[in-house]
Design a protein around this ligand. Structure first.
Ligand SMILES: [Zn+2]
Length: 314
């Protein structure tokens, strides 16, 4: 089968590799559509401390496809918690001590490990397009992030960064009863945020700030914009060793709350698929490009300015 493999930063190759054979409890899934995301783009540029296996590594982690054994159409999350470690027992499954990750969505077939097959594979309603169903993983992360933010009805929640994740966060905040404010430079993104329930704005004085760009600048911006007594959720991951300088005076006298949000749980993955199937927001607007496997390395090397997500159809 054809598969994309990551050989190192900037080096993706389309290769012919053996089609995997499922063992006990594993699922072989024929990929219908995979989606690109910002994490993949960051990983392409600099590698990733948590997501990748040994090099060359299988690549891609958002997908919808067919379980080859049963013919069922499924979405597959890119991880599953163990269910047995102290973090899992506290129901903090994003902190599972042995979170098992899946890569390899950019291929004709992907082998789903037994634990993920057991916990985090869901049947997809027939009428839901594969490219929309494959949003379940990033949307699950956003639902978890909004849970971490503990958004209460009527709160103003500014989202800094309006890529696909920022736009999904807008929808999650709106559905949680908050008032999302979309903060971004590009006018077309601010306009698009309206379709995901947000008002464009500068975010100043918001009750809650959610950082959704994962850059040094956006982390600092989120911290600067929050009101006294407000909360900041750092959603966009940073490279290992990255530091954040915090104004200790503000942190203390203005009683700021700073928190990270990482990844998703099985509960959020299930909720995300139902949210997508509800058709409540124009999810398809997030998928701006469509490419075969062969064109993916070029897309990552030189992403078009209007790229939100690309549907990769092997
Ligand atoms: Zn665990």
């Amino acid at each position: 089968m054809r598969a994309i493999r990551f050989h190192g930063p900037g080096d993706l190759r389309v290769e012919e590799v053996p089609r995997p054979e499922p063992g006990d409890g594993e699922l072989l899934v024929q990929v219908e559509t995979a989606l690109t995301d910002g994490t993949d783009l960051k990983t392409f540029r600099r590698g990733h401390p948590r997501l990748l296996g040994e090099l060359p590594s299988a690549f891609g982690h958002e997908l919808c496809g067919y379980d080859v054994a049963s013919g069922r159409r499924v979405v597959v999350a890119n991880s599953a918690p163990c269910g047995a470690c102290p973090a899992c027992e506290r129901k903090q499954e994003t902190l599972c001590e042995s979170l098992e990750f899946l890569n390899g969505a950019y291929a004709e077939f992907v082998l789903v490990p037994a634990r993920i097959a057991r916990v985090n594979v869901l049947p997809v309603p027939d009428r839901l397009p594969a490219r929309v169903a494959a949003l379940a993983e990033p949307l699950a992360c956003c639902l978890h992030g909004v849970d971490v933010a503990a958004v209460e009805a009527g709160e103003t929640v500014a989202i800094v960064g309006l890529g696909s994740i920022g736009l999904l966060l807008c929808a999650c905040v709106a559905d949680a009863g908050g008032w999302p404010v979309g903060v971004a430079r590009r006018p077309e993104r601010r306009e698009l945020a309206r379709e995901f329930g947000a008002e464009p704005g500068d975010g100043r004085g918001a009750d809650v700030l959610i950082e959704a760009a994962g850059t040094d600048e956006s982390w600092r911006t989120a911290l600067k914009l929050v009101r006294p007594g407000g909360r900041v959720v750092f959603f966009g991951g940073r490279e290992e060793g990255a530091q954040l300088a915090v104004d200790a005076y503000r942190l203390h006298y203005e009683e700021l709350t700073l928190q990270g949000a990482f990844h998703h749980t099985p509960r959020h993955f299930r909720a995300a698929l139902a949210f997508l199937a509800s058709g409540a927001y124009p999810w398809e607007r997030l998928i701006t490009h469509r490419v075969p496997l062969e064109q993916l390395p070029a897309l990552f090397a030189d992403p078009p300015p209007d790229l939100l997500k690309a549907a990769v159809v092997p």
